[in-house]
Design a protein around this ligand. Sequence first.
Ligand SMILES: NC(=O)c1ccc[n+]([C@@H]2O[C@H](COP(=O)([O-])OP(=O)(O)OC[C@H]3O[C@@H](n4cnc5c(N)ncnc54)[C@H](OP(=O)(O)O)[C@@H]3O)[C@@H](O)[C@H]2O)c1
Length: 278
Amino acid sequence: MVVLVTGGKGQLGQALQSIAGNYPQIELYLASSAEADIANPESLEAIFNKIQPQFCINAAAYTTVDKAESEPEKAYEINVTGAKNLAQACHKFGTTLLHISTDFVFDGQQQTPYTETDATNPQGVYGLTKWQGEQAIAAVFDQYYIVRTSWLYSAFGHNFMKTMLRVAAERPSLNVVNDQIGTPTEATTLADALLQMIRSGKQEYGIYHYSNEGVASWYDFAAEIFAVNGVKIELNAIPTAAYPTPAKRPKYSVLDKTKIKSVFGIQIPDWQTALKQA
Ligand SMILES: NC(=O)c1ccc[n+]([C@@H]2O[C@H](COP(=O)([O-])OP(=O)(O)OC[C@H]3O[C@@H](n4cnc5c(N)ncnc54)[C@H](OP(=O)(O)O)[C@@H]3O)[C@@H](O)[C@H]2O)c1
């Protein structure tokens, strides 16, 4: 079974590569943005022709949340037009698309975990373009899984865990917000869920939520990162109002994972356990 991974050199792409050996029936083809540019239909046509994938995992995205506020066209080109191009290529080649989306499609006003059918209301350009990307795929065909995830981190690429560890090595104290609530997701656990979905052979297409289990603030996450790594630092909890960012973020974005667990039988670790194994 050939699985094309677009954005194959990013964090999720590298996480997929790191666990590919556990799925001998799956041949992963990790394509860089140079080899498979999702913003360029001809580039996609060439790679689909070359490897004829049964599945495509779209790990490519414009992911810099704050920068997107000043580069909305670029974010749109990759997160919306790119997603549409990929859906069209998948439709043409009979390929099932697994597209990754985000908890930032929600506005964070809820106080209970978001299900796949809860109303979306993105608060910034990144979340808006990711949501429009979901819509663009659904307008092309039905043979897709959209997997929304949250607070992705790992030993690979750029992420909050690596930033915390780097910054802690440079200064004696750190302020982290404690009034944005969500769930960290270790990227290899997401990668594993995606490959389990593919291996299942099921065709229950649609939107799914996946994050690790449990609930945390960014402050809780930072504290646990330092505890697990034996880092001594003065860590101060601050409100979002004391740390303004260009993009507004949801106050609460815990995802309800009932659907992915019941349809695919996927077991999800709690975020503290996943962090210890990262
Ligand atoms: N990171 C998070 O906290 C988070 C949270 C929720 C959801 N997500 C979603 O999870 C997915 C994976 O995120 P990630 O953290 O792995 O992102 P990442 O590390 O930033 O990787 C994104 C990849 O996309 C590639 N890319 C950009 N433009 C492209 C194009 N036109 N064609 C092909 N590839 C292109 C980049 O390649 P170049 O470097 O060569 O441009 C990069 O390798 C994304 O859909 C993201 O929206 C992430």
